[in-house]
Design a protein around this ligand. Structure first.
Ligand code: NAD
Length: 501
């Protein structure tokens, strides 16, 4: 099998086809060309990656903090130096515009920088003299082999939410990236090798459900981090935890932004359009539902229409493009089908992105920005996560109705309020059942040193990703109680429950 056009796995520090023969197409969404195929792993390919990671854990898990930090700093420098290359790979396979891909790389890099502070982050706690001549301390140890299963929409950033912290804390890692845009993971593997990470500490296995199931059932994998759609997140969490693994599984989203009548409407419309149409709406933090409260509605709609029509749609490599194509023809058709259903079910299509043709890129998978007004909670465009450049507008009568509507939604990833009232914002922040909340900030993605995670059907498991919760997820605590009696000291041993003296 040729590996010039077939993307192989990365196991034990080298590219390999293993026993894989099945493949999946990798498109260039801007041109519609099938630019490569990616191998799909069989269970024995997963076994080979886990064996490499298990062997590497023996020494990496024992390596000093300063050894790990040196590799992390080197990796940070390489990602920083080659960020443009990484962003271009993302653009060519995902479709998002280069400036947006560069932003994704930057947000991933920030997690690497956070992980560089692992000496401080991994300091334990020490209590002197918890009982007479007894001291106690807590410290955390790595879990072993950890796996990451990631979605297509952030092929660089989402894996980088996971592995820098897993590796910094002494674990080894097997990444199963999305089969739709697999090349960023391969470049990251090369960068780790260049940084001096020992072979087998970071491995990449490409694949579909076969590979995912092999990961979830593998007895030598201690923990699984997953990001993707809600049905798969629920499945991964259920099967992984049933097999005794630690699992964090982040799912899909339906993110609402409330616009109150006292908001700066120009400001809100600009930010709503950016949050709905950036990355063609293929972000788990995209705003897909705008709640125009009371009298905010008509003025906001006029401004939103103008914003949506002004978005420059084109190939991601063109610096003039603000929004690129959709990742695959299947995704494009699904999005267009949902817009059709919205129109059929009574939504008003104010701006229609169906049938958009980009000159010179007639075969690209484009859908233009779309604005649907008077959407109701029963419509398919509301109940489904569209994951495309479609903004649905609902019109609740007041702020309480708007908050109730958000809280009744099964997802709870991100949300935002646009207002000039501190009191209304505070009521919203405290009352809304969503994990990440913005106040006049529509895409409130937490920085690397906070943790990222939603509520309800947007996250299964206890731990959010990266930040302090990431460090906790990839380590387990040990508490030591010790004394060093002088010879001849009376033992004072008793059959009673030990209590402090
Ligand atoms: P997806 O669920 O289709 O795929 C995610 C991963 O699961 C991929 O690696 C894929 O190969 C694997 N997978 C797909 N089908 C599977 C199956 N039947 N069994 C086992 N594994 C399977 O998601 P996607 O389309 O790649 O990404 C978009 C989704 O991810 C959206 O729902 C989006 O909201 C969500 N997402 C969530 C977050 C978050 O932080 N909550 C971040 C990014 C994306």
């Amino acid at each position: 099998m040729s590996i010039a056009t077939t993307i192989p796995h990365w196991i034990g520090g080298t590219r390999t086809s293993g026993v894989s023969t099945r493949t999946s197409p990798v498109w260039n969404p801007a041109t519609g060309e099938r630019q490569a195929d990616v191998l799909l792993a069989e269970p024995s390919d997963v076994d080979a990656a886990v064996a490499a990671a298990t062997a590497a854990f023996e020494s990496w898990g024992e390596s000093s903090i300063s050894t790990r930090v040196k590799v992390l700093f080197a990796f940070r420098e390489i990602v920083n130096r080659r960020a443009g290359e990484l962003a271009a790979l993302v653009t060519d396979e995902h479709g998002k515009v280069l400036s947006d891909a560069a932003g994704e790389v930057q947000r991933g890099l920030e997690v690497v920088e956070f992980a560089c502070s692992i000496p401080t982050l991994s300091k334990g706690a020490y209590s002197d003299q918890v009982s007479t001549d007894i001291d106690s301390f807590t410290f955390r140890q790595p879990l072993g082999v950890c796996a990451g299963i990631t979605p297509f929409n952030f092929p660089a950033m989402v894996p980088m939410w996971m592995f820098p912290i897993a590796i910094a804390t002494g674990n080894t890692f097997v990444l199963k990236p999305s089969e739709r845009d697999p090349s960023a993971a391969m470049l990251l593997a090369e960068m780790w090798a260049e940084a001096g990470l020992p072979d087998g500490v970071f491995n990449v296995v490409h694949g579909d459900k076969v590979a995912v199931d092999a990961i979830l059932d593998h007895p030598d994998i201690a923990a699984v981090s997953f990001v993707g759609s809600t049905p798969i997140a629920r499945y991964v969490h259920g099967r992984g935890t049933a097999n005794g693994k630690r699992v964090q599984a982040l799912g899909g989203a339906k993110n609402h932004a409330i616009v109150l009548p006292d908001a700066d409407m120009e400001f809100a419309a600009h930010h709503l359009a950016a949050a709905a149409f950036g990355s063609a709406g293929e972000r788990c933090m995209a705003i897909s539902a705008a709640l125009a409260v009371g009298s905010a509605g008509d003025h906001l709609m006029e401004l939103l229409d103008a914003q949506a029509r002004a978005v420059k749609v084109g190939p991601g490599r063109d610096a003039a493009s603000e929004m690129g194509p959709i990742v695959t023809p299947e995704s494009r058709d699904r999005i267009v089908g949902l817009i059709d259903s919205g129109a059929a079910q009574g939504a008003q299509v104010r701006v229609d992105g169906r049938g958009l043709v980009v000159p010179g890129h007639e075969n690209g998978f484009f859908v233009g920005p779309t604005v649907l007004d008077h959407v109701t909670t029963e419509m398919d465009v509301y109940t489904n996560e569209i994951f495309g450049p479609v903004l649905s507008v609902l019109r609740p009568g007041d702020v309480d109705e708007a908050i109730d509507l958000i809280n009744a939604n099964p997802y709870g990833n991100g949300t935002a309020v646009f207002t000039n009232s501190g009191g209304a914002a505070r009521r919203f922040v405290r009352g809304v059942k969503v994990g990440m909340v913005g106040v006049n900030v529509p895409v409130p993605v937490p920085m690397a040193y906070h943790s990222f995670g939603g509520w309800k059907d947007s996250l299964f498991g206890e731990h959010h990703m990266h930040g302090p919760e990431g460090v906790e997820f990839y380590t387990r605590a040990k508490v030591v109680t010790q004394r060093w009696p002088e010879s001849g000291t009376p033992s004072g041993a008793s059959l009673d429950m030990p209590t402090a003296r």
